[in-house]
Design a protein around this ligand. Structure first.
Ligand code: PAF
Length: 275
């Protein structure tokens, strides 16, 4: 695997790489990332993975500073997964001067759900992903469904800006007890880790009720939030939404997804399940 720290270096390699698949990450790789890289291989001649902890998508007081940086272990995992190129720029390469232009997703996409609780987060994500698209000029880019709203925002951004890249979604990879793999799971204490799978269990139950015909979405959401609160969580939201744009469904809409975010101790977990 070739490691590129500069945009010029990556571009030179990309020019010789044929059809390219891009897998953007912030590092601290887990099996979910590796599954995306393996999936990427089926779409391209060469895979470019990226590691860049993007300051723009963290709010003051969030975990930018303590976000786990595990570069050597990440490189070993990517080598084993057969990734050809790693783009791992420093901040001064990606933001040599403060970023003055930003990609501003519309409020109806970026001001809801996670965007309501993390104002500016999706602006930071969209801006860095647009930069990565300009830098890597990939034919296809892969993003996990674990970050369902991020995937939706990126799909709309690509469509609205006519970016010539195909967006492919990867399924969420889970631990045996159902907990969605996430770099932030490492923040959980043993007791919190034992409690954490409740989030997925609740989503599973809620999705099953909807599949069986329940349409009292507000009540179902409130019940799930209440169960989380009673078990020591601080839920931000549990919400049934339309898959396509994450807007609230009416009773006759199909193609739904249930999404949740909740804090367990100081760790904020998100998860979702397509209905
Ligand atoms: O999902 C992530 O890890 C990040 O949001 C991404 C897409 C790499 C942009 O920084």
């Amino acid at each position: 695997m070739l490691i590129h720290e500069t945009i010029a270096g990556l571009r030179a390699a990309r020019a010789k790489a044929g059809r390219v698949a891009l897998v953007p990450t912030m590092g601290n790789l887990h099996d979910g990332h590796i599954a995306l890289m393996t999936q990427a291989r089926a779409h391209a001649d060469q895979v470019i993975a990226t590691i860049f902890v993007n300051r723009l998508q963290f709010r003051p007081g969030e975990d930018f500073e303590k976000y786990p940086r595990t570069f050597a272990a990440d490189c070993a995992r990517m080598e084993a997964a057969g990734v050809e190129h790693l783009f791992a720029p420093g901040e001064s390469e990606m933001y040599p001067q403060p970023q003055t232009y930003h990609v501003e997703p519309p409020t109806e996409q970026a001001g809801i759900l996670d965007g309501e609780f993390r104002p500016g987060h999706f602006r930071g994500v969209a801006t860095v992903v647009m930069k990565l698209f300009q830098i890597a000029q990939a034919d296809v880019a892969l993003f996990g469904k674990k970050d369902y709203q991020q995937l939706m925002v990126i799909r709309h951004m690509v469509r609205d800006f006519n970016v010539p890249v195909e967006i492919v979604a990867g399924e969420t990879v889970r631990a045996a007890d159902g907990l969605a793999l996430s770099s932030r799971n490492g923040y959980l204490s043993p007791a919190e880790r034992a409690e954490a799978p409740r989030l997925y269990r609740l989503l599973t139950e809620l999705a099953a009720e909807v599949r069986q015909g329940a349409r009292n979405y507000g009540e179902l959401e409130a019940k799930a939030m209440n169960i989380l609160s009673m078990n020591g969580w601080a839920p931000d939201y549990v919400a049934l939404r339309k898959k396509l744009d994450l807007q609230s469904p009416s009773a006759h809409d199909s193609d739904l997804v249930v999404l949740a975010a909740a804090r367990l101790g100081s760790t904020r977990l998100i998860d979702n399940l397509e209905v």
